[in-house]
Design a protein around this ligand. Structure first.
Ligand code: S3P
Length: 427
């Protein structure tokens, strides 16, 4: 992909596609619900397609008509043994959340993934699911392929303190609880996205939070609902950063999910001096939505860590682009989890931005970035990671001249239309 620097600003109004996390959950939860669900604004991307295919292979009818997907829920015990191995592709959310559902089935199943997913840790779901009585085995006890056989008895619920801040692990355990007896409680010491909790409640399950403990009673099965998937704030973040960095920009992004467990990028950029505001706040199917307005602004460095990290974990690559052009030093700590994403994002974003002249240094758990005046156009590599490809595209848009990004096709994982939207806004 060739990207030419933009110096006239991003102006206008756009929408971004449906939230990836909420899209996966809407397919999973509606498939195992009693009755029909209709889903509007579902993200149509490779990752979500993996989840749709998995449930179709287990006998769920998922069809599209006009602007919505219809899912004929089969109830908790209506899934059929898939006639082939479930291929999760690049999607960690598909693999980990499905482990939770499959652990409670009376049939055996197997999960595989692509090269990147096959290197990502799965013991974080295997270990607690085994504690619940699941029969689940991974390669070297840790990686895909994963084999799941029917448990000897109904699963047990679990009291579990999450050792890593992971919404995928939390979600897998909550989904397994639907197949367990009793009540589960999960202690979450660091904030992670709470879409599963919100959606299970919306579908009629009994789940509530007391302080940092999530409690779920297994006796309330989900029943079908209609829902609207808000725009993905992670996809919006590329345009938010671009509009902040490029002089003359005045941009509105309509109908974006602004769940507080996801808005860290807005809080942090505003603390750095950005001009970002939200209007038209509303709540749909238990998720807050609003319009995001961004104007060009100059930024200063910041130090972040702790509870902020889970609220912007997927936005750190594009935040690193913003920090590279801010005045002063930005320090990002407590973000070691970035090393276990679609690529090792601490090292991939550092090595690529350094090619552009950024002053960026890796820490074991984060980054130290000293802002520079400008970035140089360069030949860049996505490392087959959609969020690295999109973050680098914004860096390239800000550099004077022509940059090239190889492997940019991976944006289809979460945002197939990314380059069309970027092109229409920029040139
Ligand atoms: C996700 C949770 C996060 C995030 C990922 C999507 C989810 O991963 O990085 O892109 O949908 O639950 P972890 O659960 O590994 O933190």
């Amino acid at each position: 992909m060739r990207i030419i620097g933009n110096n006239k600003g991003l102006k206008g109004e756009i929408t971004v596609p449906g939230d990836k996390s909420i899209s996966h959950r809407s397919i999973i939860i509606s498939s195992i619900s009693d009755g029909k669900s209709a889903i509007r604004n579902l993200l149509e991307s490779e990752d979500v397609q993996r989840t749709i295919e998995a449930f179709r292979n287990m006998g769920v009818s998922i069809t599209k008509a006009e602007d919505r997907y219809f899912v004929e829920g089969v109830g908790l015990y209506g899934l059929k043994k898939p006639d082939k191995v479930i291929d999760c592709g690049n999607s960690g959310t598909t693999a980990r959340l499905l482990c939770g559902v499959l652990a409670g089935q009376s049939f055996s199943s197997a999960l595989i993934g692509d090269q990147s997913l096959s290197k990502r840790p799965m013991d974080r779901v295997i270990i607690p699911l085994r504690n619940m009585g699941a029969k689940i085995e991974g390669r070297e006890n840790k990686y895909l392929p994963i084999y799941i056989s029917p448990a000897d008895n109904k699963l047990n619920s679990i009291d579990y303190e999450l050792p890593v801040a992971s919404a995928q692990v939390k979600s897998a355990l909550l989904l397994a609880t639907l197949y367990a007896q009793g009540s589960t409680s999960i202690i979450e010491n660091k904030v992670t996205r709470d879409h599963t909790e919100r959606m299970l409640e919306y579908f009629g399950c009994k789940i509530y939070k007391e302080g940092n403990v999530i409690c779920m009673d297994s006796n309330y099965p989900p029943s079908g609902r209609d829902l609207y998937v808000p725009g993905d704030i992670s996809s919006a973040s590329y345009f938010i950063v671009a509009a902040t960095l490029i002089e003359g920009s005045v941009l509105t992004i309509k109908n974006v999910g602004i769940n507080p467990t996801r808005t860290g990028i807005i809080s942090v950029l505003n603390s750095m001096g950005a001009d970002i505001s939200i209007t038209n706040y509303k709540e749909l199917n238990n998720e807050p939505i609003g319009d995001i307005h961004v104007r060009y602004s100059t930024l200063k460095g910041i130090t972040i860590g702790g509870n902020t990290i889970g609220r912007l974990i997927d936005e750190i690559p594009v935040l690193a682009v913003a920090a590279s052009l801010a005045q002063g030093i930005t320090v990002i700590r407590d973000a070691e989890e970035l090393r276990y994403k679609e690529s090792n994002r601490i090292s991939t974003i550092s090595s690529e931005l350094r090619k552009m002249g950024a002053n960026i240094r890796e820490l074991e758990d984060g980054l130290v970035i000293e802002g520079v005046k400008e970035l140089k156009p360069s030949k860049l590599d996505s490392h087959s990671d959609h969020r690295i490809a999109m973050a680098l595209s914004i860096a390239a848009l800000k550099a004077k001249g022509e940059s090239f990004i190889s492997g940019h096709e991976c944006v289809s994982i979460s945002y197939p239309d990314f380059y069309n939207t970027l092109y229409n806004l920029s040139y």
